[in-house]
Design a protein around this ligand. Sequence first.
Ligand SMILES: Cc1ncc(COP(=O)(O)O)c(C=O)c1O
Length: 408
Amino acid sequence: MKFAQKNGRTIPKEDKIFAINGRAKAMIAEKGKEKVINATIGALLDDEGNLAVLSSVMEGLKLLKPNDYAEYAPIGGTPEFKEAVKKALFGSYGPKRPVEICATPGGTGAIRNTISNYSKVGDQVLTSDWFWSPYGTIAGEIGRSIATYPLFNEKGTFHLDAFDEKVNSLLDVQDQLVILLNTPAHNPTGYSLTEEDWKGVIKSLSQASNKGKITLFIDVAYIDFAGDEEAYRNFFPLLERLPKTVLPIVGYSASKTLTLYGMRVGAMVCLAPSEEVAKEFKQVTEFSSRGTWSNSVRAGQTLFSKIFQEEELLKKVTQERSQYREMLIQRGKTFENVLRKEGVENVPFDAGFFTCIASDDPGSICEELEKQGIFAVPLAKGVRISVASISEEQCVKTAKAIAKIIKG
Ligand SMILES: Cc1ncc(COP(=O)(O)O)c(C=O)c1O
């Protein structure tokens, strides 16, 4: 550091994924688009490699007036936006607990505000060993760090015992614990907690909650790309079984739901155990918002509200998204099937933008792939493939290439 302060952070010179993406782009420029498979991008692309944009959402955008863009939004979000978030997030579920909402710039803002308000400086925040790397960045930026438990047991299901053990050991040394649980369609594995997994989590937290305060942050960024929209919301009623010393906060993002990453629409939603906790949630999250991004994008909130207020428009958006979702699910299944046929397993995968192949040497696999014009991301525990950014045909080619490298 020449002038800036490190403050305990590890700051790489260049973002790893952007660097790989840069190499993919350079190869496209040199050899042509058809010679390159870029499985690094964390956004949904159509089969031609163009960003999947919902035309119905763009139609909604045309309803906005100049003031919808220009005016500040209230710090915690507009009232219409909060109503729309409830509808979008909960579907047919009607929460019996006090609900409070704070608008955030994407799901990222919800993660930041949860860690900053419900853990102390120096605390460890718990997530699984496969995790979205910005969790570490966000925690590190505000003086916290990440602790992990193995996501999968040897049977290839959710490692509840490891989860339980880590929750308890952290609460032996901390009075409070924030847990980041990314489901359904977890990034980067594509795993979704089953109902049985959920019941185990609820039981574990209920028992551990006499040791300290637990904030369970459920990151549902990919909920509308996992499969049946109602079925994947089945876990909500289970959260009401949690005792008073556990606070569930849901991190919602419209980045994926509306394929509208740049508009920064998101929210944090608490299912508070009491009115006092809900009131406090509003107070602390708005305070934090004021001290970071001030308020979130009004145009995004207005657009989101309009979509959920206008039945016809909502129908169109839902329909259009479900077509893209089917395309994505098909790609994931094809990738998994081809890989399996070749005798190689990916990590337990249900749905979503990504899947992974566990490896002790992901760097070498990615290097070999790059030689063949296939770009993927080496993570600490394996290779990440974005099925969101490649066509079904490219999924077949990529799975075959990976299998060949692994089998030697
Ligand atoms: C696991 C996970 N959580 C949250 C987000 C939040 O995204 P955004 O801030 O764009 O809403 C993402 C985006 O990639 C993600 O992968």
